[in-house]
Design a protein around this ligand. Structure first.
Ligand code: NI
Length: 389
């Protein structure tokens, strides 16, 4: 493994930053303390700092002569989860925690900025993009819509996510589709309430909604090419709040759909609507359907993925760089940046050695600080490669 020596020397400092951020988690578009922290560090390192894109976004610019430009992106937000790690740097904001390692992503990109600002062993411009609201709200989309790449042009853009199911000291990237699109939807099932002892005089929305839940599972198993991959999950089922002996007049189903189909924005809601309406008709109820396409499929460009692979091999060593990059049904709003500029999304191993590594979004998750110099070294070498003198 060949971390950059000068970055290894700031490992303790990066760890301090990371744990400070971990202790003060902020969720979507509320990352004011985090943005203050990031902006202050970038200014200390001598970067030009811009704030306010997507409310709390921060962009640092570092230029060294004329040359191409590259964007490096880290996400800053935490999750509405109550922390259960028991570590000394646990969340001090009740009900919020860095359960996805974005504290580590932010610290690694700051570490790379500190090193690159001091060494400037490149020719061109680096944009350090710190985005809010990756989870749930699509802060990456908002930054792009508010003109991120018009105000801060880049020729390519890269992102990184830690993966606790990959051992620390490994990385992975490959061209092509890597993460699914995501949508949320709601189906209101409208029947006719009445006495629970006389169901034939009403129209029971609960039995109909239960049938819809089951029928929706035929989309993945019977309607979509099994090699393409789709997930339709009902995650909320609400019905009846009043008397135990009353049939309610409606039920509400909510859920999420994930797909790799290029036309997911139109094909997936059409399938859900067809199944829900058909099943509703069979039960004599009607439905109201709403669908929100949230994140597109994440697609790594071939050229940038090859560059990232080669740089990763330099940092973690040949054989520790995984070129398989299995597709996952989770989604990621860096996909909006990759739709705007060619680039790649790299996976960074963050699994602990010799002990269990809680999964992302678990209340037991804590970022593995051993990954900090690896991620920061990758960023620095990527800049020195793409913007080589
Ligand atoms: Ni994440």
């Amino acid at each position: 493994m060949a971390n950059i020596q000068k970055i290894e020397q700031i490992q303790d400092e990066m760890t301090q930053w990371r744990r400070d951020l971990h202790a003060h988690p902020e969720i979507a578009f509320e990352e004011t303390r985090t943005a203050d922290f990031v902006a202050r560090k970038l200014a200390e390192f001598g970067l030009e700092v811009h704030r306010g894109l997507a409310k709390t976004g921060v962009v640092g610019t570092l230029t060294s002569g004329d040359g191409p430009s590259i964007g490096l992106r880290a996400d800053m937000d935490a999750l509405p989860i109550a922390e259960q790690t028991g570590v000394a740097h646990s969340s001090t904001n009740a009900g919020k925690m860095h359960a996805c390692g974005h504290d580590g992503h932010t610290a690694m990109l700051l570490g790379a900025a500190k090193y690159l600002a001091a060494t400037k062993d490149f020719k061109g411009t680096v944009r350090f993009i710190f985005q809010p609201a990756e989870e749930l709200e699509g802060g990456g989309r908002v930054m792009v819509e508010e003109g991120l790449f018009d105000k801060f042009p880049v020729d390519s853009v890269y992102g990184m996510h830690n993966m606790p199911d990959m051992p620390v000291g490994t990385m992975s990237v490959r061209g092509g589709a890597g993460m699914a699109s995501a949508a949320s939807f709601e189906i209101k099932v409208i029947g006719k309430g009445g006495h629970a002892a006389a169901p034939h005089e009403g129209i029971d929305p609960i039995v109909a909604a239960a049938a819809i839940v089951g029928a929706l599972q035929t989309i993945a198993s019977r309607s979509v090419n099994p090699t393409e991959g789709i997930v339709v999950s009902i995650t909320q089922f609400h019905a009846g709040e009043n008397a135990l002996n009353a049939i309610p007049d409606h039920a509400i189903l909510r859920g999420t759909a994930r797909s790799f189909a290029a036309d997911a924005e139109t094909s997936v809601p059409a399938m859900i609507r067809r199944v829900a309406e058909g099943t509703a008709a069979a039960h004599g109820v009607r439905i109201e359907f709403s669908y929100l396409h949230r994140y597109p499929v994440l697609i790594n460009a071939e050229g940038p993925s090859d560059i990232a692979f080669a740089v990763g091999e330099e940092v973690v060593g040949a054989g520790k760089m995984d070129g398989i990059y299995p597709r996952i049904m989770a989604s990621e709003d860096f996909a909006f940046m990759l739709n705007a500029r060619p680039g790649a999304f790299v996976r960074l191993g963050s699994g602990f050695e010799g002990r269990e590594s809680p999964m992302l979004h678990s209340p037991q998750f804590d970022f593995n600080d051993k990954a900090l110099p690896i991620g920061a070294s990758f960023w620095a070498r990527l800049v020195e490669t793409v913007l080589a003198k």
